[in-house]
Structures are given as C-alpha cells and as structure tokens.
Design a protein around this ligand. Structure first.
Ligand SMILES: [Zn+2]
Length: 580
C-alpha cells in the first residue's frame, strides 16, 4: 500500500461538484461512499497469519572459531524479601553488543515472596576458546533441562547429542558469576560441575578441609563434593538439589508422619519403599525438590502460590547418585529467574529494533525511551505490569485531531458527512493495520503471556524451532521464530499506541514525525483557515444576549450562528452548521 499523501488526495476532490446526499440518523445530509474508496481497501485484504520476530543480537551461526569474542553483561540480582536461599549474580555472554538507552537496564520481577530487581550492565569483552564455549553450553543446558523438566534422568543423553549445526541458532551463554575483589568473574568452578565424575572428583581432591568420606549409592565421596550438588535418587526417579549435611539426623532418627505416628527413617524406608538402609550412623543430606520455573514478569496475582512446606527433604546419602557437583542451591535458584529475564530482554531488543526503523528514517533526532515503545507493542493479554491501552487512547485522539484538522482546513465549508468519509479512509482500523503491515509492525507485537515452557534454552536446538531471516524497512535484519494468528485490529491498536508513545515522550513534533513515517503526512500547520461564512449574525441570533450569558465577546459573531444551527435547518443565508 502506498503512503497516503493527504495533500494530493484532497486535491483530487472538487468541492464544487454536486455530491450524492442521503439523510443520516441525525438528519444531516450524508454522503454515499465513493466506490473507489471501498475498492481500495478490498484490494489488499489483511492476512491474519503474521510472523513472530526474534532479536538478531541473540542469534548466531553455529560454527565455532578457535577463539570467540564475547560481550559480557553482568546481571546483578537483588532480592527484596527474606528467603533462606540467596540469589547469585549471572553473567550473560553475547556475540553482538546491545544497543541500550542507558549504561544499565533494570528489570523488576514478581516473585511469590516479593520483588526481585535485576540490574544489567556491560562490563567488557572476553575471549573464550572452543573448549570453554562447549563447556559453558553444556553447563547451561544441564541446569535449564533440570529446572524446566524437573528430572535429571535423560540429562546424559541430552548432553551427549548436543552439537550445533551450521544453521542460525539462538546462541548466548548464561553463567554463574562471583566477585573476586571488585571484579565480577565467571564462576568456573560451578560451570565445571556439569563434567562431574567420581574418578575425576577423587583425582582432583586435594587441599580439602572436610575430608570426610561418605557412602553414597555409587561409591565413596568426600562430604565437600555432595554438600553442593545435584543428585538423583534412582528408587523414585527424582532429582534433588543438595544444600548441606543434616548432622543431627540419621537413619535412626524419628520421623513424624502426616497422620501423627512416629517411626524411624529406617522403618519408614523399609515400609514405604522396601529399602533396607545399611549405614545407620551416616548424617542425612538436606535436599530440596527442583525449583519451578515460573513467569515472573506477569502482574502479581492476588492469590499467592505458597511454597509447599515439603519442598525441603531429608535424604539418606546411600540412596543418592551425584549428577552435578559442585553447584550451589543459589545457582539453581537464580537460574529459575533467567527465562523471565531473557524474555523481557528479548522484548526490549525488539522494541529497540522498531525504534531504530523510525530513527533511521527521520533526520531529526527523536529520543524515545525503549520502555515506552515496549509498552506500545505489549497488549493487555500479556498480563504484564504495563500494556498499550492508555497510549492507544492518546494516539487515537491525536490521530483524529491531526487528520480532522488537516481535512477541515483543506476541505473547508463542507458538510460533516464528507469529512467523516475522508477521515474514515485515513484512520479506520483497516487503513491503520495496512500501514502497520507496510512497516512490518505485526512481527513486533506481543499478544500472549510469557509461558516459560515455550522458552528456548540457548544453544540447544532439538528441532523445536527454526529461524528465518527477514529484512526490515531500514535494511536491518531480524529473525522470524514462528507464525501466529493476529487480528488486524491489534495492528491498528499498536499503530495508535506508538503514535501515543512518540507524542507522550517527544511532544507533538515527535507525534507528527511518527505519523509521517507510518505513512500519514500531516502538514496542517501551514494551512491558514479562511472562513467563508458571510452572514449578518444579528439577523438570526440575539448576539448580545448570548455574549452576556457566556461572558465572552465574539470577534466574529457568525461563529455563534454556525454553532447554533443544526444541519436540518437549511436556509440559503446560513452556509454551515455545527456538525461540520
Ligand atoms: Zn573434600
């Protein structure tokens, strides 16, 4: 669809031509739709099959060089609530630098217990060799697999056939970070937990303060190896995060059952699982069920989901197999927030891409916060803390105002009906959605709540998605991760919300620049309004009386006549009515 040039379009109309009239409900002469207007809309029907965009900053081709350069971003997590498990900072490594509004970016997450603030900032470049990259990928894949599927059974399989192809993949690294002095570093010790083996653990076991061997299902290990680990218990197929030793509990300790009866752990395991515990003097392990990955960017629900009291369990070491070690419960806990954090980051990067399309087009520098653009492309259905509705209302009003002004001044002294038709042509949802499609806006629109189950683990493509490159109107590339149904009304809403976003942060000038970019050129500031309304007001209205009622004195009393005249009262001497 061609951009609508209002100047040209209006000049094609001849105000002097007789118009086909009909009476509307308000008894005002109306104008029948001109046929070519209708045809124009029908020529290009809106296709509700629309793409979902993905930011190119997080995509790479699989092939690895011997050394890879990464841009490092530190994510500082701060929990604004009391919880026995603290959070740990995360390092995000990407191969393309982000374009951020400010030096750091804040994301606030909703957690059952309160809020968690994430501050993300760029900290510098880092080069990793191919072995390190593979190790990091295996680590994050293992942690996310465990968190998302809450099992560790098939982990070895998943890690085995994990090779990157030559296609474009969602590719970045999320790693635990710790401070050494003032400098944030990658917590390599935790990263190596993915390669845990008993042989290696024993061979590398030097300078240990604990040095107490403990019998677990598959052999003897030092307590230092099991107290920060991920274990599986083959008797029930579960996985647990181990956070320490329970030095006051062993197989002979008493356990209170839910019905109030007391029995020893030894008796319990025999009755419940048919297992005879052999090492009755060995301290149990403090275990925790795997954390749930939730949507933390959703508006806080009124009813909080309380953590079940049996999240923590006492485990006999002899039933446990170590899968990952050393890795702390803090690392697992912190990683549960990453799908939500990355989802918000992906959306922000898309908002930045959209902003740049407009920025590359206009000469003037319009600084719009990315957050406002994000708000304008987020529908209420996403259930997030912000959505486009108020911006949409603002944009809708501004658009109507701008277009009406333009039409009114260019097309003066004609009946309301005619203005309505011309207006309809420019600001109908159909017209706006077409303009939005021309600028490829549908791919940016966020219309579904985030579902952590659909989140893609970076660097792991088991055929669950494919990325197709597409070019935006500023020649920048973007990726399409999939397609969805999107109604044309949503596209029109987003166009209006974007107008509202530019207007509210950059003023009217920015609003007009955005209108111009989307394809509606408004140029009414230069059009003088001439009044062709020659009546002697005193002949129809008692001007003095109205002026005293209104406490206002009219320079042009004919305005008063026009304002008081309904369209059905047509006298030759009165050329206009208030519906105009
Ligand atoms: Zn040890």
């Amino acid at each position: 669809m061609e951009p609508v040039d209002m100047e040209k379009d209006i000049s094609q109309l001849h105000p002097a031509d007789p118009l086909p009239f009909a009476l509307t409900d308000s008894l005002v002469p109306d104008i029948v739709f001109e046929e070519h207007d209708v045809e124009e809309i029908e020529k290009e029907p809106y296709n509700d099959d629309q793409p979902i965009f993905f930011p190119p900053e997080l995509v790479n081709k699989g092939s690895l060089d011997s050394m890879t350069k990464y841009y490092c971003y530190l994510m500082e997590l701060k929990q604004n609530f009391d919880y026995e498990v603290p959070v740990q900072n995360i390092m995000l490594l990407v191969r393309n630098q982000f374009d951020m509004d400010e030096k750091s970016m804040n994301i606030e997450l909703e957690v059952d217990r309160g809020t968690l603030t994430v501050n993300m900032k760029y900290i510098g470049l880092k080069c990793l060799n191919s072995d390190q990259v593979i190790l990091c990928r295996r680590f994050q894949l293992a942690v996310f697999q465990v968190l998302m599927y809450r099992k560790a059974e098939k982990l070895a399989e998943v890690l085995c056939d994990h090779t990157l192809g030559n296609n474009s993949e969602i590719d970045y690294l999320l790693l635990p970070s710790n401070y050494v002095g003032q400098s944030p570093l990658i917590d390599w010790l935790s990263v190596t937990s993915v390669t845990f083996s008993y042989e290696k653990a024993c061979k590398n076991h030097v300078n240990c303060n604990a040095d107490i061997l403990i019998q677990i299902k598959s052999g003897l290990v030092c307590t230092c190896m099991i107290q920060n680990s991920l274990v599986t218990t083959p008797h029930n197929g579960h996985a647990y995060i181990i956070s320490g030793l329970l030095t006051n509990i062993n197989a002979n300790s008493l356990l209170r059952l839910s019905d109030g009866r007391l029995m020893t752990y030894k008796e319990y395991y025999e009755k419940r699982h048919g297992i005879n515990l052999c090492y009755s003097q060995v301290s149990f392990l403090a275990g925790r069920h795997i954390f749930r990955v939730q949507n933390h960017i959703q508006r806080r629900r009124k009813q909080k989901e309380k953590e079940s009291s049996n999240a923590f369990v006492e485990l006999p070491p002899e039933l446990c197999c170590v899968v990952m070690s050393p890795i702390s419960i803090s690392t697992f806990y912190s990683f549960t927030f990453l799908p939500s954090i990355m989802h918000r980051l992906e959306s922000s990067l898309l908002a930045t891409s959209l902003k740049k399309m407009h920025l590359n087009h206009c000469v003037q520098n319009v600084a719009i916060p990315t957050m406002k653009v994000l708000e304008a492309i987020t529908t209420k259905k996403c259930l997030e803390n912000f959505h486009l509705e108020s911006l949409e209302t603002l944009g809708d009003s501004f658009l109507k105002y701008a277009v009406c002004q333009q039409l009114f001044k260019k097309y003066q002294n004609h009946q309301e009906g005619l203005l309505s038709i011309r207006k309809e042509k420019f600001i109908s949802n159909t017209a706006l959605s077409m303009l939005g499609c021309d600028k490829k806006l549908p791919g940016f629109i966020r219309n579904e709540p985030f579902d952590p189950k659909d989140w893609t683990i970076p660097g792991y493509n088991c055929g669950s998605y494919s990325l197709n490159e597409e070019t935006l109107c500023n020649a920048k590339k973007i990726y399409v991760t999939g397609r969805r149904k999107l109604k044309f009304k949503k596209v029109a809403d987003v166009v209006e919300a974007l107008i509202g976003a530019y207007l509210s942060t950059g003023g009217e000038a920015a609003g007009f620049l955005f209108l111009d970019w989307i394809g509606i050129s408004i140029n009414f500031t230069n059009i003088p309004y001439e009044r062709h309304f020659k009546v002697r007001a005193e002949k129809f209205v008692n001007v003095q009386h109205f002026e005293s009622l209104l406490h206002y004195s009219f320079q042009d009393p004919s305005l008063l006549v026009e304002a008081l005249t309904h369209g059905s009262y047509m006298l030759a001497e009165i050329p206009g009515c208030y519906q105009l």
